[in-house]
Ligand binder design. Structure first.
Ligand SMILES: Nc1ncnc2c1ncn2[C@@H]1O[C@H](COP(=O)(O)OP(=O)(O)OP(=O)(O)O)[C@@H](O)[C@H]1O
Ligand SMILES: [Mg+2]
Length: 252
């Protein structure tokens, strides 16, 4: 697969104003859209101009945003106030990254949700992102894909040196949060096959049915009434991303 570097792509130029966070994995169903939609809503709630991009023909994110707009309009009718606005764009194909470059400067944060497979969109968006996040289920079927994912990220870094890549555990069993994270850390630091481009975030998302609450109305977990553990874990993920923004800003 040949992926050309988008012309004039300088992801870290002016980083503080136009962050690009990419969700991707080489395995389906790992939690990319869950993380992407919740992160977008969190950033929008801070008042940041937020763009959510889907490169995936599955339409998960597109459907979520459509439902969010219906819910928001209903709230306005009921006098409850609109939900924080998230701009949305569906952009597939080999020129996905080039097409996005024109829009990124208009937003404080862009969250890109890609499909759970190797794709030209995923590879090209790696070239224009500051942060790459990959949710990983604690299962060998999922972790088996990490070697190839690491190689893809390593190649992207030839053109996008500032790219920061982080894995996080999703759908951990409640009793093995710490173990799942530790095992993932051991896997990427294995002496025989270290994956030096990766680090594992502190946040672990547990397998919780409450993750399904709200998605049907286009809400993020923190927007659902009543504090849930799923909401606080996703907020922790958002705070991890905030810390990465600070670290990248401090280093540039
Ligand atoms: N921590 C969790 N606990 C319970 N269910 C979860 C959790 N994370 C994700 N899910 C559920 O798992 C399913 C897949 O999640 P999601 O759509 O976010 O994955 P994805 O990586 O975007 O999938 P795809 O590769 O198909 O795009 C969804 O039904 C979602 O609600
Ligand atoms: Mg998805």
């Amino acid at each position: 697969m040949v992926v050309q570097s988008p012309l004039n792509a300088q992801p870290n130029a002016g980083a503080a104003n136009s962050w690009v966070v990419l969700l991707g994995a080489l395995k389906g169903g790992s939690g990319k859209s869950t993380a992407a939609t919740n992160l977008a809503a969190q950033f929008a709630s801070e008042g940041r101009r937020t763009l959510l991009v889907a490169t995936d023909p599955q339409r998960t994110t597109e459907n979520w945003i459509a439902r969010r707009r219906i819910t928001s309009a209903q709230r306005v009718k009921e006098g409850k106030g609109a939900l924080p606005d998230i701009a949305f764009m569906s952009q597939g194909g080999e020129y996905a990254a080039e097409a996005l470059l024109d829009f990124l400067p208009n937003y404080d944060v862009t969250i890109i949700d890609t499909g759970g497979f190797d794709s030209v969109e995923f590879r090209s968006c790696l070239l224009i992102s500051h942060i790459f996040l990959s949710p990983i289920k604690p299962s060998a079927f999922d972790t088996d894909t990490l070697g190839k994912l690491h190689e893809t990220v390593r190649q992207a870094k030839i053109n996008n040196r500032g790219l920061v890549s982080r894995l996080f555990v999703n759908q951990a069993a409640p009793t093995s949060m710490a173990t799942s994270k530790q095992e993932l850390r051991e896997l990427i630091t294995d002496e025989e096959r270290p994956m030096k481009e990766f680090e594992v975030l502190d946040t672990v998302l547990v397998n919780r049915v409450s993750h399904w609450d709200g998605a049907g109305q286009g809400l993020a977990q923190f927007e659902v009434k009543g504090a849930s553990k799923a909401a606080s874990e996703l907020t922790s993920l958002y705070l991890d991303v905030h810390k990465l923004f600070d670290q990248i800003s401090a280093a540039s």
